[in-house]
Structures are given as structure tokens and as C-alpha cells.
Ligand binder design. Structure first.
Ligand code: ZN
Length: 125
């Protein structure tokens, strides 16, 4: 799966330890989105180990290997959002305030867990 034209192992690996447990299905979905988007997609976070999540105080969504954060703003964020939803990403996190280089969209395709995690859903940071 990692022999693809768009995403490298390094950008999808945990930034603290280099571990990589990324979902093949999610990667396929991401490749479809990237193909339609037809512009660079800078991944600022892919797989994260539990220790890394705990250290930065984030939720555990990235430990599933089914989530990415993409550095994107404005009109491109709008476009990417539409494509991501059409391709089946069901968890959308939006960070579009503050400095432009800190803005991103979180995309995941986690399955709903009854009573715990609803999908599809949108949240902001
Ligand atoms: Zn790590």
C-alpha cells in the first residue's frame, strides 16, 4: 500500500517514535481524495502512538491509524472538505483560526461505537 505516488511512510508515521500502524482502507480512501483534489496535501499528523497522544493531550483517534491532519486553509480547505465527505471520511475536525500555518482539517473514517462515538460528525478546535 505504501508504494503510492502521494504519501510517504515518514509523513504517516508517529512523529515521536516512527511507528506506523496505518489502516490500508483509510490510506486507499486518502489516495482517492488526493487524486481528486489534484494538489499537494501536506500531512501534519497521521498515525500517533498512545504515548504521543497522551503527551500532547489529544484524543486517541490517531492511534487507530484511521486519521490524518492535513495542513490546508481557505478555499482549498473548502474543496478538500467536500471531496473528503464524498469519499467517506466521517469524522471532520476543523481548525481554521489563528496563524495560517497552524490551520488544518482532521479527517478520519472511524466506525461509530454505540453510546460513545457518533459518525458522521464535525467538530472544531
Ligand atoms: Zn510515538
Amino acid at each position: 500500500m505504501f508504494e503510492n505516488a502521494y504519501f510517504t511512510k515518514a509523513e504517516l508515521s508517529c512523529r515521536c517514535c516512527g511507528k506506523l500502524h496505518f489502516s490500508d482502507g483509510t490510506l486507499r480512501r486518502l489516495i482517492r481524495v488526493r487524486g481528486r483534489f489534484a494538489k499537494p496535501m501536506v500531512i501534519t499528523s497521521g498515525y500517533r502512538c498512545r504515548d504521543h497522544c497522551a503527551r500532547i493531550g489529544s484524543t486517541m483517534t490517531h492511534t487507530t491509524g484511521q486519521a490524518v491532519d492535513v495542513s490546508v486553509t481557505g478555499g482549498r480547505a473548502y474543496e478538500l472538505l467536500g471531496i473528503a465527505i464524498e469519499e467517506g471520511f466521517t469524522g471532520i475536525g476543523i481548525k481554521q483560526k489563528g496563524s495560517h500555518k497552524g490551520r488544518f482539517l482532521h479527517l478520519d473514517d472511524l466506525e461509530p461505537i454505540p453510546g460513545e462515538r457518533t459518525r458522521p460528525t464535525v467538530w472544531s478546535y
